[in-house]
Design a protein around this ligand. Structure first.
Ligand code: F6P
Length: 297
């Protein structure tokens, strides 16, 4: 006797900035869906790939040997076309053409908004798996990749502190997070930084100057200040790299040249920590359970 689930067709994709542990989530979602005897399809390169009809059927083997890999085996993209009404309509038409009953997306806040916008035109189920190093999706306390990104930045700062201490230097270390200070706060706490600047608060130059000067007066030979990439002085005119701008202003005021280190996309790569692998696996599996329960949105 055939299993009636065989008629159900699920598509998965990764969207937006990649994050370590996305592969664990995709692997778990695909395998949990196959366990339910669903037919599973992978969409390459996010919503951009969906618009290009880049869809293929996935087997369990396609998800082999990826739980320990950073990035995403399905590729990812930021799609401008998908953000238009025409793009959303086209995406819905392609999903319908393939008779996809449910779309499961691992990504960040933008990807979630895209998924909700799509559901105006696409009447299948839509389920999101929170995956972004930023840890800034409302309604969930954790997003896949955050732990790995923080760990990567902390390891880099541990190295920078060695040279900062040897030379008696001050370093401003810029971490990711254009709109969210979550990474910066955790990195600063975990690395014992002297100060931290985040997008949610306008940088208080005077406070940083006082802290650095007092530290120096107490005989402290070095300092590390963690700066989120969105910690800008003028929110209306964000600069490419606020750490350089702040280092220059603050350096002048304290009379000491401040070194800057921008960690950038290094934080998005690398092998996921065990925490991100476990969280990715659990949320990937949960997405399929939600689909099985008939939930959407
Ligand atoms: O959303 C994840 C993130 O890494 C942010 O921290 C960062 O601001 C942004 O993506 C960078 O985006 P892109 O890789 O497109 O430059």
């Amino acid at each position: 006797m055939g299993n009636r689930n065989e008629d159900k067709r699920i598509a998965v994709l990764a969207s937006g900035g990649d994050s370590p542990g996305m592969n664990a989530a995709l692997r778990a979602a695909v395998r949990a869906a196959l366990w339910e005897h669903y037919q599973v399809f992978g969409i390459q390169n996010g919503y951009e790939g969906l618009l290009l009809n880049d869809i293929r059927e996935l087997t369990s083997r396609d998800m082999g040997l990826i739980i320990n890999q950073g990035g995403t085996v399905l590729g990812t993209a930021r799609s401008a076309q998908f953000q238009t009404r025409e793009g959303l309509q086209k995406a819905a038409a392609i999903l319908n053409e393939h008779r996809i009953d449910a779309l499961c997306v691992v990504g960040g806040d933008g990807s979630f908004r895209g998924l909700m916008a799509l559901s105006e035109f696409y009447k299948g189920q839509v389920v999101g798996i929170p995956g972004t190093i930023d840890n800034d999706i409302p309604g969930t306390e954790y997003t896949i990749g955050f732990d790995t990104a923080v760990q990567t930045a902390v390891e880099a700062i541990d190295k920078l502190r060695d040279t900062a201490l040897s030379h008696g230097r001050i370093f401003f270390v810029e971490v990711m997070g254009r709109k969210s200070g979550q990474i910066a706060l955790s990195v600063a706490l975990a690395s014992g930084a002297e100060d931290v600047l985040i997008p949610e608060e306008r940088p208080d130059i005077e406070a940083v100057v006082t802290r650095l000067t007092k530290g120096r007066d107490r005989g402290k030979r070095f300092a590390i200040v963690v700066v989120a990439e969105g910690a800008t002085l003028d929110a209306a005119h964000p600069v490419e790299s606020p750490a350089f701008q702040l280092a220059e202003i603050i350096g002048k005021q304290i009379g000491q040249h401040i070194r800057v280190s921008v960690l950038g996309h290094i934080q998005r790569g690398g092998r996921p920590t065990s925490f991100d692998r476990v969280w990715g696996s659990r949320t990937g599996d949960a997405a399929i359970r939600f689909i099985k329960q008939g939930l959407t949105g």
